[in-house]
Design a protein around this ligand. Sequence first.
Ligand code: PHE
Length: 445
Amino acid sequence: MERENFNSRLGMLLAMVGSAVGLGNIWRFPYLVGVHGGAAFIILYVLFVFLLSLPLLISEFVIGRASRLNAYGAYDKLAPNTIWRYVGFLSVLSPFLIIAYYDVVGGWSLHYFFEACAMSFSQSSEIAGMFSNHISSPFAPLFTMGLFLLMTCVVVLMGVQSGIERFGKIMMPLLFLVILAIAIWVITLPGASEGVKYLFKPDFSKVTGKTLVAAMGQAFFSLSLGCGTMLTYASYAKKSDNIGSSSLQIAFADLLFAILASCAILPGVFAFGVDPGEGPGLIFETLPMMFAAMPLGSLVAIFFFLAVLIAALTSTISMLEVVIAYLVEEHHASRKAAVWGCFSVLFLLGVLCSMSFGPLKDVTILGKTIFDCFDFLAANILMPFGGILACVFVGWKMKKPDVYAELTNEGSLRFMSKIYPLIYFFIRYVAPAGILCVTISNFLL
Ligand code: PHE
């Protein structure tokens, strides 16, 4: 059977931006900005995106497009019968583990979307305690988590062009419009200027080693790197695409979404006097309070949680595709069997992660709940190592002329040929060394 490709460059870019833009942008980035003192964090984040994440994104593009295979098959094809295939296997395993806990948060956003539609965010007295009650109850979160996972599976089941590409093409522009509209609405509220100042005036006195680590980790997570997703999507790219400019566009779009999401959240947080340093509960606990106090807040809440839902879905879709491409190409499973098989296992893992906020909250491994274990293993160990190894593979293992050919489309892209030595230097030295430093300091700090 012929392998599917993305039908158009725009479709490919939107799917990749869809993968990158997720809970990381709307949930994690704004609360990290809140906790780490505003603009200084954003500046560091931007630096890391361009110094470390971009070379890694380019490396994943090179591996995916040069091999035109799933993450495991890609390493195995480019370095046959070597231990590199285990790196490929890791790249399939990590998105699988990420879905197991990411879909719990996806389920919360679906629940909050339903609550918003039921106009539950109109009175602040009803909101207090709502989040902790919901996540700790044994069954209610399982329902929305399962539904969220089901939605992911349906899109992936429809295939690369009619499922993933089409979904991204409709949903990403919609997501952009919704977030933009909310950001404009929130920024023009009385009292919001404090928050805008906080977002754009850097205070470097708040920067510590932890800020650096958080900014680097976020630059990594937000672009879906080190876990086979970008590699797998790149394997559906056309040979004529310009890897350099596509990577740059994806990085910019992801950044734009993160900043817009912060503009939609933080100024309102200031305008209504809630705490920006609230942490992970920011969008589920603090924001509903803001919606209750804000003019037209109930309506804004519906659109806001719709945006969170779309962003989360396009990301889990990209993670699941890594695993499905692997099962279909390496184990000759049908797409249908692969998707439903994954659904069953992921649902069970999701149940464990979800229950770790309720009935299983006392089950801990090394002091971490089940949810935290999955997050820690994927985000702090598998993704960074997957990333370092992808750069090392392109910079040290692949033949230089092959990398050159892939990056410059056989020498036909003049600008890319010119800057090629710089990109190669970043892939070979700067990115792997930088990522290694973050990973290690993460354990030491
Ligand atoms: N980039 C996504 C986000 O920002 C998360 C993600 C990680 C997606 C890994 C795919 C793979 O939420």
